[in-house]
Write a protein that binds this ligand. Sequence first.
Ligand code: FAS
Ligand code: PHB
Length: 389
Amino acid sequence: MRTQIAIIGAGPAGLLLSHLLHLEGIESVVLEARSRTDIESTIRAGVLEQGTMDILTQAGVGERMRSEGALHHGIELAFDGARHRIDLSELTGKAITVYPQHEVIKDLVAARLAAKGSVLFEVADVELHDTQTLRPRVSYRHGGEAYTLEADFIIGCDGYHGVARPAMPAQELRKNFQRIYPFGWFGILVESAPSSEELIYAQHDRGYALVSTRTPTVQRLYFQCDPSDHVDNWSDDRIWAELHARLENHDGWKLKEGHIFQKNIIGMRSFVSTPMQAGRLFLAGDAAHIVPPTGAKGLNLAVSDVQLLARGLEQFYRQGSEERLNGYSDAALKRIWRAEYFSWTMTRLLHTFADATPFEREMQRAELANIVNSRAMATALAENYVGAF
Ligand code: FAS
Ligand code: PHB
């Protein structure tokens, strides 16, 4: 088989890239290890920045997001028993949409298949070859048969555990940056009405908690936990007791309980691998970088990476110029490092670190108090949160 662009991975990065290329008349084939059902039901991110909302709308795949997503104009910071609203729209003129990542995946898969796009599910043994030549190839197995796909470019959108980053040449010369956090997030999905109109990020001596949502009848809640913990150690009663303790307040607000129908624990790391390109092999999204979800940046960074890549590939095929492609990694990293900084800052600010000194804990409280009492500091947080950069 031959195509112009071989894309490894049908997550937000791979599917959106394939769709954006299609809109420019550029052909691609997406190779995905998991089933369509699996990728459309994996619960992950929940917050779309204004920029992501605009890209999906302009690409013609934002209709359900606009009708079913929840537009939020603010978030709340909770600490020392009080909740403080950060008015995102008043401070930045932008908003966010809470629309689950797996719904974005459904919208993108539907668009690709409606356009007769080539998305192969349940492929196995993907291997990259000759990526530093003008005729890179991908070998893989599908339906029990072995195939080779020739392409002009290979784009690794296969996430942190994919095969593309390890296939980058000169591994010993790569610069990787990483911080692994001493905690994880325990996430639950609950059948209940929302407890709050906006997201609540809570800092508490017992640990961080986050009140988010999925739909008017399904809520998404998280609390900081030991990354080596196991969901079986947490009964529903224990989960509710912990969440109520961390969300304690003096204004009478109370978290709504309900039937917990999903529990999972995710680890926390900050990670960047550079450069994001070598020869005809490019990386986008989690394949190149990871952020702790405290800043709600992961999905949004994947979208901004592939928007840059699509523009570079369009220039290559339309004008025969590789100028934008040659500058992809540097251009993407500018936004990536700013998002890494914000995600690290929000994580450092809101989580409880077992080795923190009493002074460091007071500094956390003082920084939070500063943010909610200083328009300048609240604006800085709001600009980073909505992605005003
Ligand atoms: P993805 O990981 O989404 O997609 C990669 C795709 O490649 C997957 O479908 C995978 O099956 C496929 N793949 C992997 N190896 C392959 C191979 N060898 N061959 C073919 N296909 C292969 N971000 C937030 O902003 N908020 C959150 O709350 C949040 N929660 C998360 C929870 C979890 C458990 C995880 C893992 C991530 C979470 N993230 C969150 C981050 C997440 O949203 C990512 O940033 C986003 O999925 C990045 O999209 P992609 O780069 O497309 O990578
Ligand atoms: C979510 O709804 O999954 C979510 C929202 C905001 C975050 C992280 C996760 O910062």
